[in-house]
Design a protein around this ligand. Sequence first.
Ligand code: NAD
Length: 483
Amino acid sequence: MVSRVIPVDPFDLVIFGGTGDLARRKILPGLYRRYLAGQMPEEARIIGAARTEHDDAEYRGIVGDAIREFNDTPPQDGPLEDFLDRVGYVMIDARGDEGWDDLASRVREGAIRAFYFSVGPSLFGDLAERLHRYGMANDAARIVVEKPFGHDLASARALNDVLAQHFEEGQIYRIDHYLGKETVQNLMAVRFGNMLFEPLWNAQYVDHIQITVAETVGVGGRGDYYDKSGAMRDMVQNHLMQLLCLIAMEPPAKYDPDAVRDEKLKVIRALEPVQPHHIVRGQYAATPTEGGYRDDVEAPRSRTESFIAMKMHVSNWRWAGTPFYVRTGKRLRARTSEIAVVFKDTPHSIFGPEAGGHRNVLAIQLQPNEGMTLSVTIKEPGPGGMRLIDVPLDMSFAEALGPEAEEVPDAYERLIMDVIRGNQTLFMRGDEVEAAWAWTDPIIAGWEARNDVPKPYDAGSSGPEDATALTARDGRSWREIKS
Ligand code: NAD
């Protein structure tokens, strides 16, 4: 039932930072899986480019090791060798001139050329400028940039400006890997491919919406980076905001990159500033056996949040008065990402108060298992009179689509293939990113002005008590965090 794989056109993919963590964990294993799926044509070339000295053979060894380590299933020698035949390496200094002539000579005329900037954002300008200077930035060229795209509005604007000096907006692919997830795209299919939901998708029928992205891990080895960022910058400004946009946006006229992105932008612009008492920030506390957030980041007085919960409002005709409760955090009870659309009670219960209040909930799970559940109210079986219960209409994609569903590409694979195909629908446009920062900046500035200190929460919990109160005050409750 999974659609047929159509090979993409011949391409040269240059991965700047090709020896780095992201390239080894995600990009290269993802490319290998697309090769195995038959999507990569014979003429495809992958060129790693980084600061360390390697020849082609050594780099192939690094790539092979990365695939053995990070691919879910161990690769077979034959296909892996065949894939590695397509791989080469150029030692390059993003800030100097070393390696650039070599790279220019390897990039072929006539093939699509994609340049993946898998390096820190401080190098984006240097790379863009040199691609231009060394004649590689032709019309067929496209660049892929990773998060974080800026630290605030000013830095995001500066990045947009520096990239715009050398590339058109239609050549710039800003990755948010959440948008590459199968279920996230399915959100659009469910909303706009069915008659069933869209008429109800508004303030009149929806009581509220919840978005939860919960992790069980702490900041791990990323403490230094994370402490300068926090949950708001690291998760809300990009991933959660994108999910909210897809849930809240108006139907675009077409499934076309600018039509979709125009509608998402309107949602971000319609977001009201969040009241300080509608925000709860938290930091995970130490346990008897493990350190807390401040131990992990080695900053005993850190005020960075590892958890945030917010009540947000989209101020437009469709959503006036409907709260969007959004939360994300580390070291929580379970690893799960879920969007829940909670519908209103029926206007009148013919079964009387003893039947209890029941609500339809459409819950969309993004991880760990992608799928959807619609809870519907039915009669409890048996002779006990008209008692109502809620039962789930479950649609696990793995079950519904059969074993082939396991071959659905992961987010990075899909997005890289979209870059080669020239489809920007699932990438953020520059104005979207800036609008998201324009909404985020004053909230963060408010915390700084007030010296706001995050509330401690227990590792393995659902976050600080105040987060529970955020919904309880409105007579609502968060859905349980469970995987
Ligand atoms: P990394 O430190 O592991 O790798 C950096 C790479 O850049 C190395 O290959 C290094 O050789 C190369 N490099 C550094 N300076 C260079 C220079 N002057 N010239 C040429 N090459 C140079 O970093 P990473 O974790 O792979 O992250 C890369 C980017 O992706 C960062 O912007 C990061 O924020 C982002 N990102 C990473 C992850 C992840 O899971 N690792 C997830 C999301 C986003």
